[in-house]
Write a protein that binds this ligand. Structure first.
Ligand code: SF4
Length: 381
């Protein structure tokens, strides 16, 4: 609507659609699938009196089963898929003299911002869809085919730390044969209210499991939730691909932190990758202006609109910009990563199975059709 067009962050389109989710869950003709973003699992517990920084991945799976979802998938799985595509795009641009720096594209508030403010530079951002949209697209194609369900009968619900994700699902460029790829977005806070409504005491729930097909995840996908994490995940994969090695030391600590603009160099064989990271759109503007002036030395830049990245998203439990709480969520994210047996996206078996069975080559024709998008200059009205 009009609001979406004039609000670069999409915040004005933040309609609560939780009643629609309950309606679909009660409709026996609908197959209702849920996915949950990395940042949600380190914050939802705060709504139930748990300490900031508590990791509640297993309880979330149990909560979704009790709510009645037909399949429980993990946006982390799609984040691993995003990294395969984004690292392929980066390697492709490096090897074929493509446009650099590449900019990450998983934050819809940031995408809107550059479409409005930098319409002359729309060929710089990665064309990768965000993880939530990749999941929606895979569910309504690969999963629908595998399960022999008409995509029209599938409802995809995303639980996100983010308000801008509600506007993202309305982008015309992200429709699939007239269908929304994702049907409803529920914020972390709204999920908390839904659980209370349903009388589910989250803090006492036992651990459950995600459904394996689109539920496996690596440490690389978990760190998507914190500023610097997307680019660190991409570097872990690009490193192995560019060197042919199996990198053992995967902690690129120089990419982590909470300062508004950071830069770091990562050595990959004889090449030095110069990386920029910004969170907050004011900081992003400075980086974009330096690219426009031809003064930017980075080959890859990650930008997130919220303080600290998605852990500080507008849909998270109220933190009033409390950086202490954001720091605890950030520590939880890196703890979860460190505890994972696999920490690189290309080690995700179920993602690689998708390529073998259905998608073909990473960054290939089918991947372009289902996992990539394009950007449109937008005018302030
Ligand atoms: Fe959403 Fe903020 Fe994350 Fe961007 S940084 S995807 S606006 S929560």
């Amino acid at each position: 609507g009009q609001c979406v067009a004039v609000c670069p962050t999409g915040a004005l389109s933040a309609v609560n659609t939780t009643h629609k989710v309950w309606t679909d869950l009660q409709n026996p003709r609908k197959h209702v699938v849920v996915q949950v973003a990395p940042a949600v699992r380190v914050a939802i517990g705060e709504m139930f009196g748990m300490e900031p920084g508590t990791i509640s991945t297993g309880q979330l799976a149990t909560a979704f089963r009790r709510m009645g979802f037909d399949a429980i998938f993990d946006t982390d799985w799609a984040a691993d898929l995003t990294i395969i595509e984004e690292a392929s795009e980066l390697v492709h641009r490096i090897e074929h003299g493509g446009k650099l720096p590449i900019l990450t594209s998983c934050c819809p508030a940031w995408v809107r911002f550059f479409e409005y403010q930098f319409p002359d530079m729309l060929d710089i951002p990665s064309t990768c869809k965000s993880p939530q949209m990749m999941m929606g697209s895979v569910v309504k194609s690969y999963y629908a085919e595998k399960m022999a369900i008409d995509p029209k009968d599938i409802v995809v619900v995303s639980v996100m730390p983010c308000i801008a994700k509600k506007a993202e699902i309305q982008r015309e460029e992200l429709f699939m044969d007239g269908l929304h790829e994702v049907d409803w977005v529920v914020t972390t806070r709204e999920l908390g209210y839904m659980l209370r409504e349903a009388g589910i005491d989250f803090s006492t729930l036992p651990d459950g499991e995600f459904d394996n097909l689109l539920g496996e995840s690596t440490g690389a996908s978990v760190i998507f939730g914190a500023s610097g994490g997307v680019i660190e995940a991409a570097v872990r994969t690009a490193y192995d691909w560019l060197t042919g090695e199996d990198l053992q030391e995967v902690d690129f600590k120089q990419l982590r932190g909470l300062e508004g603009v950071r830069s770091a160099k990562v050595k990959i064989k004889d090449m030095e990758l110069n990386i920029g990271i910004a969170h907050g759109l004011g900081n992003a503007r400075k980086l974009l202006e330096s690219i426009r002036r031809g003064e930017c030395e980075f080959q890859a830049i990650e930008i997130m609109a919220c303080p600290g990245g998605c852990i500080g998203g507008g849909g998270q439990p109220f933190h009033h910009g409390d950086m202490e709480i954001i720091k605890k969520r950030q520590e939880a994210i890196y703890r979860e990563d460190a505890g994972k047996p696999k920490r690189k996206s290309h080690e995700n078996e179920m993602v690689m199975k998708l390529y073998r069975e259905y998608m073909g080559e990473p960054y290939g024709e089918k991947a372009h059709e289902l996992l990539h998008t394009h950007y449109v200059p937008r005018e302030m009205i």
